[in-house]
Design a protein around this ligand. Structure first.
Ligand code: C2E
Ligand code: CA
Ligand code: CA
Length: 589
């Protein structure tokens, strides 16, 4: 039952004054409160508890001033209910003299304060003010919490994005790609259609060079543009994703035949025919691609990607073809390679690695003065494996580091054994570029010298010229340090690489090994161009105070020629094949 005084609003609602709901069954109380608060607040009064709750539901109030003893309902009940429904509503209880205890009870259930009857007008004002302050605090706290929550949600969304998308190209990343492909394959398995799914892996041939020449920011722009063009070559139902740094993957759902995949690759190649312009540079990128097809080549997403990757590697190796389909034969090659890698990993512990030594002869005196250490892998099933069949794999997999360490240690050890027996034999060890690049390599060699007790004067390291050309400063620094230890440095396979004689001057080296292909070209029948070249190399090297070793010497005639042009040392089957150290004594030292 609402009396007529109930709904008169005091003050202009347009001013957006805080809204106060007054609930009291005494009309005088209501109008008194409205008089006192009307200037600062928009006041609405009612005498009924149920109307009060309805009003609260209908519109938002800042403050509820409520009599503690309404007809039939206690203010405590109202305070409790209002607080639970509107946690930001501030409640002030009006209490008579006798009900201070109930007022305290009301505060316990959520009221903010109470005003005593009869009213002291000033205290009514100040209670209302404090209540409003509290209200602002409550609202502020909620806004703050909401902002925090939103911020947190934004961050989570961002993180979510990053874990499924590549930020550079905005393409899905490999996780999302694998996920979608897995779903697609699962669907295909249940559907009756005999359509196929093609997975294409694409690699940009020039990306590494672009990174190293122009830097990451530039390369990212090229990649983004290339990705955009590739994305446009396939339909919406296909996914294009970024896999590794310079690799994209595509799946084509529901293809009719392998030809569809080839057409997509052709479209991609066409799309990349126009150069990509970045900062006034016109960059041309080309791609290699590997394709695998479900269900012909693979059972699941991982296998599809792995097989496409094997086909891609084949395409990268090939000079003529830009793309390859996965084949069973490729799979076998992959398996064999994997098996070999695992075997090689174990080879050190199982004692399957062996170090052979091939004599090196001093040409003027015809005496054996040293040996080259040459690695063999004596496989328990396959038998003897030559270095050309496993060193490349060791280099690709990084196994060359532990294997190289094993070779160095054993070669040093053997050198020391010979020295202890009174043979002053120089031992040369082949070094892979990766070993030279390894951090702490010089210190490692130093430690091995200390531990084996070898005299570094009897040690030589053979390196190929490629690393000296590619990283001249860095390799010179390492070589200088090695030479300071007393080790000599020889350039191996000289003549097969760049062979610019001019650059020899600047290198911190002690000698050259002329590649066996030149020596084997030397015949008694004619003065070949190789003979001429070998002579020129020996002369020039001597001018630079470098010693020259000829490798692959097989005939007396070759030796005669080398002696004639004053080549310093020779190595080859003429003097002896590589043998285990125990057999070395058979050579006449
Ligand atoms: P390389 O350093 O040029 O070694 C010389 C190769 O020529 C050896 O082959 C040797 O057996 C062979 N050879 C020696 N004399 C003659 C000859 O008169 N006629 C012919 N036709 N060949 C001769 P090998 O032992 O198969 O080694 C092949 C290559 O493997 C080596 O070439 C070297 O680059 C690499 N290698 C061998 N051992 C190691 C090693 O411990 N570490 C590294 N990083 N590479 C190694
Ligand atoms: Ca060598
Ligand atoms: Ca060589």
């Amino acid at each position: 039952m609402v009396k007529d005084f109930s709904f008169d609003v005091v003050g202009d609602p347009a001013e957006e004054k805080p809204r106060v709901l007054i609930v009291d069954d005494e009309e005088v109380v209501c109008s008194l409160l409205k008089d006192v608060l009307g200037e600062k607040y928009q006041c609405i009064a009612t005498n009924s508890a149920s109307d009060a709750l309805k009003l609260l539901e209908e519109s938002e109030f800042d403050l509820l001033i409520c009599d503690i003893g309404l007809e039939g309902v206690s203010g405590i009940e109202i305070a409790k209910e209002a607080k639970s429904k509107f946690p930001e509503l501030v409640i002030v209880i009006i209490s008579g003299k006798g009900d201070i205890e109930s007022a305290i009870e009301a505060i316990r259930v959520g009221a903010f304060d109470y005003i005593k009857k009869p009213f002291d007008l000033e205290s009514v004002e100040s209670v209302a003010e404090r209540a409003m302050k509290h209200r602002r605090l409550l609202v502020g706290k909620r806004l703050y919490e909401e902002r925090l929550k939103k911020l947190l949600e934004d961050r989570m969304r961002q993180l979510d994005y990053l874990s499924y998308y590549d930020p550079i190209t905005n393409l899905p990343n490999k996780f999302l790609f694998e996920d979608r492909l897995t779903q697609l394959i699962a669907q295909a398995e249940y559907s009756e259609s005999n359509k196929m799914i093609a997975v294409i892996l694409i690699s940009f041939d020039q990306m590494k060079r672009i990174y190293s020449t122009w830097g990451a920011r530039f390369a990212d722009i090229v990649l983004r543009e290339a990705a955009l063009r590739i994305r446009a070559c396939v339909g919406a139902e296909s996914t294009v994703a970024r896999m590794e740094s310079d690799e994209l993957a595509i799946f084509l759902p529901r293809i009719e035949g392998e030809q569809d995949a080839v057409e997509v690759i052709q479209r991609i190649k066409d799309a990349l025919k126009l150069p990509i312009t970045v900062e006034n540079e016109a960059i041309l990128v080309t791609v290699s691609a590997g394709i695998s097809v479900f269900p012909k080549d693979c059972k699941n997403a991982q296998e599809a990607i792995k097989n496409a990757s094997a086909a891609l590697n084949r395409a990268k190796e090939s000079k003529q073809e830009t793309w390859f389909f996965f084949t069973e034969e490729l799979n076998e090659k992959l398996l064999r390679r994997l098996e070999m890698e695992m075997g090689l990993r174990r080879a050190i512990e199982t004692g399957e690695l062996e170090l052979y030594f091939q004599p090196k002869v001093d040409i003027p005196t015809a005496k054996i003065i040293g040996a080259e250490a040459l690695l063999r892998w004596n496989h328990h099933e396959s038998g003897m494996i030559m270095p050309s069949d496993f060193i490349p794999l060791a280099e690709e997999t990084g196994l060359i580091i532990p294997i190289g360490d094993w070779v160095l240690k054993n070669a040093f050890h053997q050198c020391k054994i010979w020295a202890d027996k009174g043979y002053n034999l120089t031992v040369s060890v082949n070094l892979s570029p990766q070993q030279l690049r390894e951090k702490g390599f010089v210190e490692k060699v130093e430690k091995m010298i200390r531990e084996t007790g070898v005299n570094p004067m009897f040690l030589e390291l053979e390196i190929t010229e490629t690393i000296l050309i590619k990283e001249p400063e860095k390799s010179a620094e390492v070589l200088n340090k090695l030479r300071k230890l007393g080790i000599k440095i020889l350039i191996d396979d000289f003549g097969t690489g760049y062979s610019s004689l001019a650059y020899l001057k600047k290198l911190p080296i002690d000698g050259l090994k002329i590649d066996k292909s030149f020596i084997q070209d030397i015949s008694s029948a004619a003065f070949t161009s190789s003979a001429e070249l070998v002579m020129a190399i020996v002369n020039l090297a001597h001018n630079l105070r470098l010693k020259v070793v000829a490798e692959g010497v097989e005939t007396e005639n070759q030796l005669k020629f080398l002696r004639f042009i004053r080549c310093d040392e020779a190595q080859g089957y003429l003097f002896g094949k590589p043998v285990l150290p125990g057999m070395f004594a058979n050579f006449s030292i």
